[in-house]
Design a protein around this ligand. Structure first.
Ligand code: 5RP
Length: 237
């Protein structure tokens, strides 16, 4: 969607929707990078919003950061920027903060993630973090969640697993770094808690992109008027 807008009071200019979204992602990412302190153990999500986060963290020149990447893309970009990476196992299984993007945020705080297929690792890292911060552009908050919901399946028996998750479709030629197959659930969502319970009962499903409101500490939602902070339902620890 292209829209006419003004920038900083310098008169009208044409800004494409894509440029606007990118600027919002960057603004949310910069706001999230401000939350970091020296010595923190940090989970790094994946996606185009996180691509803005990594340089924003690097620019802060914090000392003693210990970071965990959730995807090969994030790992590569973080290394290029000199951010120190370690496996989650070596960091001691607990992170001070994790920061990640999202595909949809519902008014009640449920989130869909995994557009990039990294939802299983992202959920492990988000759960391990005392504080999980979601950074998004203004198009991500929605009136109600809608499919697709990204899924990761074990390769073994995946046709049976897909049948149990119907309606669902395999993303052809998409294999995760952990050897899983990517698919999307395409059916109605209804009550996300009930759907989560249905997913959890499917043995071959490794992970899915529905994130409970209780996983999220803070949402930083960037729009034309700046970055709005919305509290999540995760209790402070
Ligand atoms: C990747 C994700 C991303 O965080 C989500 O898809 C949002 O992506 P983007 O920041 O590119 O809009 O869950 O698995």
């Amino acid at each position: 969607m292209a829209s006419a807008g003004t920038t900083g009071g310098h008169g009208p200019s044409l800004i494409s929707g894509a440029d606007e979204r990118a600027a919002e992602k960057r603004a949310a990412a910069i706001a999230a990078a401000e939350l970091l302190e020296d010595g923190m153990r940090v989970g790094l999500g994946s996606g185009t919003t996180v691509a803005h986060l990594l340089p924003a963290i690097a620019e802060r020149n914090l000392s003693g950061l210990r970071c965990v990447a959730t995807s090969p893309g994030t790992e590569h970009a973080a290394r290029e920027l000199g951010l120190p990476l370690e496996p989650l196992e070596e960091i001691g299984d607990e992170l001070d903060i994790a920061i990640d993007g999202a595909d949809q945020i519902a008014p009640d705080g449920w989130i869909i993630k995994g557009g990039g297929g990294a939802q299983t690792r992202e959920k492990i890292v988000a759960e391990a973090a005392r504080r999980f911060v979601v950074i998004v552009s203004a198009d991500k908050p929605v009136g109600g969640l809608s499919p697709p919901i990204p899924l990761e399946l074990l390769a073994f028996g995946h046709t049976r697993t897909l049948r149990l998750l119907a309606p669902a479709r395999l993303r052809e030629a998409h294999i995760t770094p952990d050897g899983g197959l990517l698919a999307d659930y395409l059916g109605p969502i209804g009550d996300p808690a009930a759907l989560t319970a249905r997913f959890d009962a499917v043995p071959g499903l490794v992970g899915h992109g529905l994130f409970r409101p209780e996983m999220v500490s803070l949402m930083l939602i960037a729009g034309p008027d700046g970055v709005q902070r919305r509290a999540g339902a995760k209790p402070a620890s």
